[in-house]
Design a protein. Structure first.
Length: 393
């Protein structure tokens, strides 16, 4: 069940805390990890009307106040098409990555960018009468898979290795042995594991491959990464790679999920081909001006990262004390083990009006937990400890 279906069936009124009443707890957080774990000691009380939503990797900190104000200021002109704001946003994104505007394609969220890239790559292969397949790790974010299946293209799912990391060797072998074009989807950091694939592994594969292998690298959570082994695929594009597209989003670190702003980065020749599959006028004025202001608000970016880092430490400290295994998170969520049945665990959390992530087969026994605000995660940890006392985890 995808997030739209789940939200429709849950009958929830979406609520939550905003930046104004959360900054204080984030600011109180010490940069020292031990102190950070003791920071958020204020419990909130989730209710049916305002549940604790820790299941869709949203940023419950809320958007930048400057982004909010930009939306308000733009409303009087919202009867105009958003061409000017859209053009400014493309220019700002290009400037931030030290690229040209010809390297950027805006999407209605990165989901549209992923869809357009998949459609474009399949079309180009079929136009030249070549067989085509899409290779994805399993589990991973499934939109590339869904878009390919809708076009009748075979999707090859490659299980993660015994450390729940991408099996690069297995994926490479499948691509090398295929008599046609292989589209490789790599979510880095991966969703649902929150772990990165080191740049040297990805770049070695890309540098050694033929032009029949095409790479779509989804970097929705890249802004949260601190691991020095990560390097954005955008660096390959700066070196004129013509078989790589990177997608990014404003939904996560910038907390603009409801405004649907994302983008693709690629060689200008690829961008021109992708644009043929992007819907016309796909950017709304509110999203464009909010994204522009978010890029300029460096203070908010720091606050957003600090909030997630603090929340992550609160949770990992609790998981350590409870002896529950988890993977090293480089995103705004944590993939952790659950003692017993994951669905039962989910349902018990719902009784406390806390929504946690589902299981992601074949990685059974694991739950994906979104990192909310420090207050929210302190509340979650309190319930988790109660579950241990009851023998539920």
């Amino acid at each position: 069940m995808d997030r739209r279906t789940l939200l429709k069936s849950s009958g929830l009124l979406l609520g939550g805390l905003t930046l104004g009443n959360l900054v204080s707890s984030v600011t109180r957080a010490s940069q020292d990890n031990q102190a950070a774990s003791k920071t958020a000691n204020v419990l909130i009380t989730p209710t049916k009307e305002q549940p604790l939503l820790l299941n869709f990797n949203e940023n419950s900190l809320g958007m930048s106040p400057k982004a909010q104000q930009a939306i308000i200021d733009a409303l009087p002109q919202a009867f105009r098409y958003p061409d000017a704001a859209r053009e400014q946003l493309i220019g700002k994104i290009a400037e931030n990555h030290t690229l040209k505007v010809e390297n950027i394609s805006l999407g209605n969220g990165s989901s549209e960018s992923i869809q357009a890239v998949i459609q474009m790559a399949i079309y180009q292969a079929q136009k030249t009468k070549q067989k085509v397949q899409v290779i994805v790790p399993n589990p991973t974010f499934n939109y590339a898979e869904l878009y390919a299946q809708a076009l009748g293209v075979d999707v090859v799912k490659v299980p993660l290795d015994n450390k729940l990391a991408f099996d690069i060797s297995a994926m490479k072998k499948i691509a090398d042995e295929f008599a046609g074009v292989s589209i490789i989807y790599l979510c880095n950091p991966n969703n649902p594991t929150a772990t990165i694939t080191p740049a040297e592994q990805i770049e070695a594969w890309i540098n050694a491959t033929s032009e029949k292998t095409f790479f779509l690298i989804d970097e929705a959570y890249a802004e949260f990464v601190t691991d020095p082994h990560f390097r954005s695929g955008i660096e390959l594009i700066k070196r004129e790679a013509k078989n790589v597209v990177v997608t990014r989003t404003f939904s996560k670190i910038y907390a603009l999920a409801g405004l649907r702003v994302g983008y693709a980065v690629a060689h200008p020749d690829l961008i021109a081909q992708i644009e043929a599959f992007i819907s016309i006028d796909n950017t709304n004025t509110a999203g464009a001006v909010a994204a522009l202001s978010s890029l300029d608000d460096k203070t908010f970016l720091t606050i957003s990262r600090t909030s997630v880092d603090t929340s992550r430490k609160i949770v990992t400290n609790a998981l350590d004390k409870l002896g529950l295994e988890y993977l090293p998170s480089q995103a705004n969520f944590i993939f952790h083990k659950v003692t017993g049945d994951v669905k039962t665990y989910q349902n018990r959390m719902k009784e406390y009006f806390i929504f946690v992530g589902r299981e992601f087969p074949p990685a059974t026994g694991w739950s994906r937990l979104t990192l909310g605000t420090p207050e929210e995660m302190t509340t979650f940890v309190s319930v988790l400890n109660e579950f241990r006392m009851k023998g539920w985890i």
